[in-house]
Write a protein that binds this ligand. Structure first.
Ligand code: COA
Length: 454
């Protein structure tokens, strides 16, 4: 049942509390109904209220617009299922409305559904909705606001405009029994009139394509909807924000033969230092040294887009794959730390990440990000900037490829590919390329990096 409900809701239609049978006759006049934001599927746990179309005291009819809401998937207009008077709006514009919580109270006018259902019983609301949607489709009117009609086609939901639904309702017919001739089986006005015998039969239109469409049953199990929580919830919010940033991409390859030799030496000493030495501390230190020359990449942009703040600290974030999902803690003051100190801190963060015990401070105030996706695999990536930062780099896996040396001799080059992304509102391509060249120089000739260390 739950999968049925979520699939019916997944197309972007929000349903509230209880569906109402339009054929019932018990009187609800004066009763206050609390509409709740029902489960809308796809793991969406909350929506942001964008605009109210009504205010307290307004009289509304079924199908009248109540408000517009925004989820991370779609913008949707919520319509009333009842005739009545708005008694209470639970949210202000820009508030976040959680699924399952009340959105609006309406004092009913006229006739309502059989009062066997409690209007305030959240738990029974969804099963009631599903039951009723099986029995009859009358009165469900949000189709005009659907964002995914193709999904609705597969979910068995009857597609029709509110006007068509109203005709069906007035004539007490169930839309589910009317054969729809519109796109994706949408029930048109003519279909209803034909069903009522008011107009003649339609020209024969082949439904072969519909009939030939195979019915797919799930191979195993049921769809599962879970709320987005933890690190993934943070990722959802920051990446939604990041989507507003115009990204500039720049890729290069770095020959890391010498770096590999250096790392091998350091790795032998690492246990004495009580840490491990991967390539990351070297990538991070090289980035910090390059940021000293190009501080605009270690900056943040304010929300009004009026100011850019050059950060004095190089708090370099490291994208981390953890059992709880992606998380991006940062190593504070890399500009003041040597390689061992960076390695120690990276190890600490990695261990805390594994246990999902990163401190709030570990996650705050990052100024620049590196993502070593190569630790998992792959060559290139398209990293997404971590706002309010302005640049990020993604590193691929170190691989051996043939390359020419200065004497045009082929040699086995250990290469790491880097993919940079910068906020093109404040970083131009030339700056990104120059920064990358400096970073690359430190990694290809790590003696230069060592020389710069304090
Ligand atoms: N190429 C080749 N080898 C690599 C490598 C690369 N790009 N990155 C790591 N390695 C090696 C390390 O040197 C280490 O080898 P060792 O055992 O000989 O010392 C081994 O792989 C394991 O490294 P790891 O424990 O992953 O440490 P790290 O310091 O290299 O990386 C993290 C730490 C946190 C960055 C990494 O574990 C991680 O989570 N990466 C995924 C980031 C991600 O998901 N990005 C996507 C964001 S959308």
């Amino acid at each position: 049942m739950s999968s049925l409900i979520s699939r019916r809701l997944i197309g972007g239609v929000f349903r509230f509390g209880h569906l109402r049978s339009l054929h019932s006759s018990s009187v609800w006049s004066g009763k206050v109904v609390q509409f709740k934001l029902s489960d809308i599927g796809e793991g969406i746990a909350e929506v942001q209220l964008k605009e109210w179309h009504v205010k307290t005291g307004d009289r509304v009819s079924q199908f009248d617009n109540l408000c517009d809401v925004q989820s991370d998937k779609a913008s949707v207009t919520i319509t009333s299922r009842y005739d009545g008077v708005i008694k209470r709006l639970y949210y202000k514009v820009d508030d976040v409305a959680p699924v399952g919580k009340a959105l609006v109270d309406i004092e009913l006018e006229g006739e309502g559904e059989d009062s066997a259902e409690s209007v305030d019983d959240d738990k029974s609301a969804q099963s009631a909705a599903a039951d009723k949607s099986k029995k009859a489709d009358g009165g469900k009117s949000s189709d005009e606001h659907e964002t995914s009609s193709s999904f609705a086609l597969h979910s068995g939901k009857v597609l029709a405009t509110p006007a068509v639904r109203r005709i069906a309702m007035e004539n007490k017919i169930k839309l589910g029994e009317v054969s729809g001739s519109g796109k994706n089986g949408r029930v048109m006005k003519e279909d209803v009139l034909r069903f009522l015998g008011h107009i003649g039969p339609a020209e024969t239109t082949s439904k072969a394509s519909d009939q030939s469409r195979p019915a797919f049953a799930p191979l195993s199990g049921q769809d599962k909807t879970i709320p987005i929580r933890g690190y993934t919830r943070i990722m959802m919010k920051t990446m939604t924000q990041a989507n507003t940033i115009p990204h500039f991409g720049y890729n290069d390859e770095v020959v890391v033969n010498r770096l590999i030799d250096l790392r091998a030496q350091l790795k032998k000493l690492a246990s004495e230092k009580g840490t491990k030495m991967s390539y990351m501390p070297l990538f991070i230190k090289a980035a910090s040294l390059a940021l000293t020359q190009y501080p605009v990449l270690n900056a943040s942009l304010d929300s009004s887009l009026e100011n850019i703040t050059y950060k004095s600290a190089h708090n370099i974030c490291v994208a981390m794959d953890t059992p709880g999902g992606l998380v991006v803690p940062n190593i504070k003051h890399c500009e003041q730390r040597n390689l061992w100190e960076i390695a120690l801190e990276l190890n600490r963060l990695q261990e805390a990440g594994k246990r999902q015990q990163l401190d709030r401070n570990d996650l705050a105030d990052g100024t620049f990000t590196l993502s070593n996706i190569g630790a998992i695999g792959g060559t290139y990536a398209s990293p997404v900037i971590f706002p309010p930062q302005v640049a990020i780099g993604a590193l691929g896996k170190i691989e051996v490829h043939p390359r020419y040396d200065h004497h045009m001799q082929i040699y086995p080059a250990h290469l790491v590919k880097v993919s940079w992304a910068a906020d093109h509102r404040v970083i131009d391509g030339a700056t990104m390329a120059r920064f990358s060249n400096v970073w690359k120089e430190y990694l290809e000739n790590p003696a230069l990096m060592i020389a710069e260390m304090r």
